[in-house]
Write a protein that binds this ligand. Structure first.
Ligand code: ATP
Ligand code: MG
Length: 562
């Protein structure tokens, strides 16, 4: 697949800052960004925004972008996540320059911690977590100094070494920066640099039992890699003074931290913690469940990398938090697939049509255009015969006004085929249910036009009964039933907002025979129904399709209004 569907990007405020730096020569014209996920879950569409921004800027400026695993939290991180992150970044269409781990820098970080201690800028503190919080004060009240704040350099050096050697239990001591307990910025009130945690790390094994906190690891990792622009989300704006304080104390390369608004989407959740909860409690089939807002879920659902990149370009980046409608993401994939997904016919809820004037046993092959939007996509043959299936929804025994599909005495066009007219409705005498529609076809209308110029208002899709393939079709809808699922009263689980109808499985849909050859990941437009993708569960002879997104159903809209 090509990039031909991608739209050009405008200059956002982050690029404006880069332009200023390039003009002033601050980084000597260099641009080096990084995407720094914590490998504690799969990437989601919010991460895609950050990926497009970081890799996109590197690309636009002839710079580089690193992938760095921010792996300072051994109890939550796993190699599976590392692998999935690499896979998802590549699938989105980006290739990193350097691949690093914050854990690569543990030795250097520790050496720098000793340096801070020697400068009298860090101390070992024996307060418990709760006490630290209590001493920290609040937004309106200053904190108070820890009683351990004035330990001598020698004592601090001895204690940090014993911490590192594993002499003390988890949580019993921390190393803290000595900044200002009265700072209006709470982040500067002697933040913790190291905590004791006897846990095995996916990279460093049991070498360490003290682990750097995010703030201590992050900026220094940026500095080691000589990152120029450290792009992060808005909640880190208040951490920027600390980011710069560490770097200034150490006198090392200083990147520019730039904060942008994180992506929020309606009808879903975007925190890894919540997504993990869904996976763990089996509300979904896994991280790649097609209802998940993860990259893996969107990929399995059938989203294209181009559609996600276009979506990110369209929403842009700004400094104010907002919530983007899920329809914007859906439109991005519709727009992309409209241009390149082959059209096929599939009937999800079949009802049989018998053409009483069509010779029994005869089969003819009709030409069907693969994609009216793309002449190079060519055409295919679809078999036509006396017995067909159409959608139950495309027939009404008593048609309402403006219903232009099949009804008794009403003529419609079968897509790529003939005009047909219904003359008899066959019902099960016991239940009264419609079992068959008896119709006549007009042989003069082959290809869909009447030589006498007679018009029909409706065109419906169909499959030929004998050649159609049975398929399972999974109809996906929003993961959550309300636009803002996080908005729950105190004490109420957000999961009460999960949509119980987020997956409706149709076991016996019928698809045209050309789909027998469809392979996992192939995407199609089922004419008049939506865009679908062959799921990873699909097998030859047992096809499984995921609905990526529906088409806009005009009749459903008319009916809703009425
Ligand atoms: P979560 O809260 O979902 O766990 P996180 O910010 O902790 O997200 P990280 O793995 O630390 O996840 O994020 C890696 C990068 O992706 C960071 O630079 C972060 O700012 C960015 N990022 C994460 N979520 C979003 C989002 N919703 N929109 C934009 N960028 C995001
Ligand atoms: Mg994080």
């Amino acid at each position: 697949m090509t990039d031909s569907t991608e739209k050009p990007r405008g200059v956002d405020f982050v690029r404006e800052i880069v332009n200023e730096h390039n003009a002033s020569g601050r980084f000597g014209g260099k641009v080096l960004t990084r995407f720094p996920p914590e490998p504690n879950g799969y990437l989601h569409i919010g991460h895609a925004k950050s990926i497009c921004l970081n890799f996109g800027i590197a690309k636009d400026y002839g710079g580089k972008c690193n992938l760095r695993m921010d792996d300072t939290n051994p109890t939550k991180e796993e190699v599976e996540y590392v692998e999935s992150i690499k896979n998802d970044v590549r699938w989105l269409g980006f290739q990193w320059d350097g691949m690093y781990y914050a854990s690569d820098y543990f030795d250097q970080l520790y050496a720098w911690a000793l340096e801070l201690i020697k400068k009298g800028k860090a101390y070992v503190c024996d307060l418990t977590g709760d006490q630290i919080r209590e001493y920290r004060g609040t937004l309106t009240q200053p904190g108070k100094n820890s009683p351990y704040r004035d330990r001598s350099v020698e004592e601090n050096l001895a204690l940090i070494e014993r911490m590192r050697q594993g002499e003390f239990p988890d949580g019993s001591r921390t190393l803290r920066a000595k900044i200002d307990m009265a700072s209006p910025n709470v982040n500067l009130r002697d933040p913790v640099l190291y905590r004791i945690l006897h846990a095995e790390h996916h990279n460093t094994g049991n070498k360490w039992c003290i682990y750097a906190m995010y703030d201590w690891a992050h900026g220094q990792s940026d500095s080691i890699e000589r990152i120029t622009h450290s792009i992060c989300t808005l909640e880190f704006e208040n951490h920027r003074p600390l980011y710069e304080w560490f770097i200034d104390q150490l006198g090392i390369h200083k990147p520019q931290q730039i904060e942008f608004a994180r992506l929020n989407l309606t009808y879903t959740v975007m925190s890894k913690r919540k997504l993990l909860e869904l996976v763990r409690d089996k509300h979904v089939a896994g991280w790649d469940d097609p209802r998940m807002p993860t990259i893996a879920g969107l990929r399995r659902r059938g989203y294209t990398p181009e559609s996600i990149r276009n979506f990110c370009a369209e929403i842009g980046v700004s400094k104010t938090d907002s919530v983007i409608g899920m329809n914007v993401l859906e439109n991005a994939v519709r727009e992309d697939l409209n241009k390149r997904a082959p059209r096929v016919m599939a009937v999800l809820k079949p009802i049989k049509v018998v053409l009483t004037n069509y010779p029994a046993g005869q089969v003819e092959e009709l030409d069907a255009v693969n994609n009216p939007e793309d002449p190079s996509a060519g055409s295919r043959k679809v078999p036509f015969s006396r017995e067909l299936y159409i959608e139950q929804d495309d027939f009404r025994e008593v048609p309402p006004k403006k219903y232009y599909r099949l009804a008794p005495g009403q003529e419609v066009r079968l897509r790529w085929a003939f005009f047909i007219k219904c003359h008899e409705v066959i019902k099960d005498p016991a239940t009264g249910e419609i079992t068959e529609l008896h119709c006549t076809y007009d042989p003069e209308t082959r290809g869909g036009n009447a030589p006498d110029g007679r018009k029909v208002q409706g065109t419906i899709h169909w499959v030929s009964a004998a050649q159609a393939q049975r398929a399972e079709v999974r109809l996906y809808d929003h993961l959550c039933k309300v636009p803002d699922p996080d908005d729950v009263p105190q004490g109420v689980d957000w999961k009460t907002n999960l949509n119980p109808e987020s997956l409706v499985t149709v076991k016996d849909a019928l698809v045209e025979p050309s789909l027998t050859k469809a392979a996992t990941g192939d995407r199609f437009q089922f004419e008049r129904v939506g865009y679908f993708c062959v799921d990873t569960d699909s097998q030859p002879g047992a096809l499984v399709f995921n609905r990526i997104v529906s088409l806009k159903d005009t009749w459903a809209k008319i009916e809703k209004k009425a």
